[in-house]
Design a protein around this ligand. Structure first.
Ligand code: NAD
Ligand code: MG
Length: 325
């Protein structure tokens, strides 16, 4: 099956059915968004067991996640803004990148170097629509790279108005005894330290009206027992968001978080779920299915949108009704 066939399989709505990524520009800009039933908008059947070497490529997942390639329509909400999205090659980050670009922003994408094929896929799609996309691969566990990344994004975009700290490392382990010191260290460095280094480097470059958006999780408040280290970082991200919002409100910079529930992304097939558990992923939400990255795009756009100027220090969930956050 091709990528596009896979992606097509995810759409139930007649308007979206059969639309390929190549047809996205016209669809992305015109027409109304079809009303759909959130229960049946995407398939609810269990995902097939699958595992890829970390960090996993979205293009090799079955089915390929829907990041809004064929469906997201922009309306100029972020015209002229300059955004950096970490982990923007795939999953939730890619959905934010597509939405930001179609809302008129210039976007820089960071990703781990081995994710180049996924990064090229999203860059090709958006550049084909006339959008500016800057690709900056590199390892976020390296403090110096974090600082360089902010400098490069600022230079190559001609400013920095929006920072999305979205990259993360997640490995499920049934017991604390199975979490190595290396895993614990990498989870902390990727999810917490990188956010700290990137944010600290970005703030001096930002002007009033800028926005920082951190990807938290339902695990920030309701931890899965097999995600001990990851959930610890996600709780930290939530509190970092709230404390930083208080601190830099005086600079006119807003800081908010998106807190997803189970979303079908490469994170899950690169060790995010325990072996043999993929068929349960997302099945226990009140909507009866896992979410797709495209379903979060509007939250990231809203938090970046200067219209929401009084919203800072808050977290917004997308979890299919679990009520976690
Ligand atoms: P994803 O695999 O598509 O995105 C994670 C990204 O992190 C990768 O694409 C990679 O580019 C980046 N990354 C990891 N380590 C890196 C490193 N050392 N250097 C540079 N980049 C690195 O998966 P996703 O689920 O879209 O994850 C995005 C965010 O959503 C994460 O913060 C994750 O914790 C959060 N989240 C996901 C879910 C879910 O169910 N998928 C639920 C709650 C929160
Ligand atoms: Mg990726």
């Amino acid at each position: 099956m091709t990528d596009q066939t896979n992606r097509r399989d995810l759409f139930k709505g007649a308007a979206a059915a059969g639309v390929t990524a190549a047809a996205a520009p016209a669809l992305a800009q015109a027409g109304t968004v079809p009303v759909s039933d959130p229960k049946t908008k995407y398939p609810s059947q269990p995902f097939a067991e699958q595992r890829q070497k970390w960090p996993a490529l979205q293009r090799e997942m079955k089915p390929v996640p829907d990041c809004g390639e064929a469906s997201y329509r922009g309306s100029g909400r972020l015209a002229g803004r300059k955004a950096l999205v970490t982990g923007g090659d795939s999953g939730i980050g890619r959905a934010a990148v597509i939405a930001f670009a179609r809302e008129g922003a210039d976007v820089a994408i960071n990703y781990y170097p081995t994710e180049e094929p996924d990064a090229q896929d999203v860059a090709r799609l958006l550049r084909g629509e006339g959008r500016k996309v800057v690709l900056i691969p590199g390892d976020l566990t390296d403090e110096k790279f974090c600082r360089d990344l902010i400098g490069r994004a600022n230079r190559e975009l001609g400013g920095l108005d929006i920072l999305v700290n979205n990259a993360a490392y997640q490995q499920s382990k049934a017991s604390i005894m199975e979490i190595s010191a290396e895993q614990f260290d990498r989870t902390m460095k990727t999810n917490l330290y990188a956010m700290f280094h990137l944010t600290k480097a970005a703030i001096p470059l930002m002007k009033p009206g800028a926005a920082i958006i951190n990807t938290a999780s339902v695990n920030s408040v309701s931890p899965e027992k097999e995600l001990l280290d990851y959930a610890t970082t996600k709780a930290g991200i939530l509190i970092f968001t709230k404390a930083l919002a208080k601190q830099i409100a005086s600079k006119g910079i807003r800081v908010n978080a998106v807190a997803p529930g189970p979303i079908w992304t490469p994170l899950q097939v690169a060790g995010g779920q325990l072996p043999g558990e993929m068929d349960k992923f997302g099945q226990d939400t009140p909507l009866g299915r896992a979410g797709q990255p495209a379903e979060l795009a509007g939250l990231y756009v809203s938090l970046a949108d200067p219209t929401n100027s009084f919203t800072t220090g808050s977290a917004f969930g997308a979890n299919g009704g679990t009520g976690a956050i």
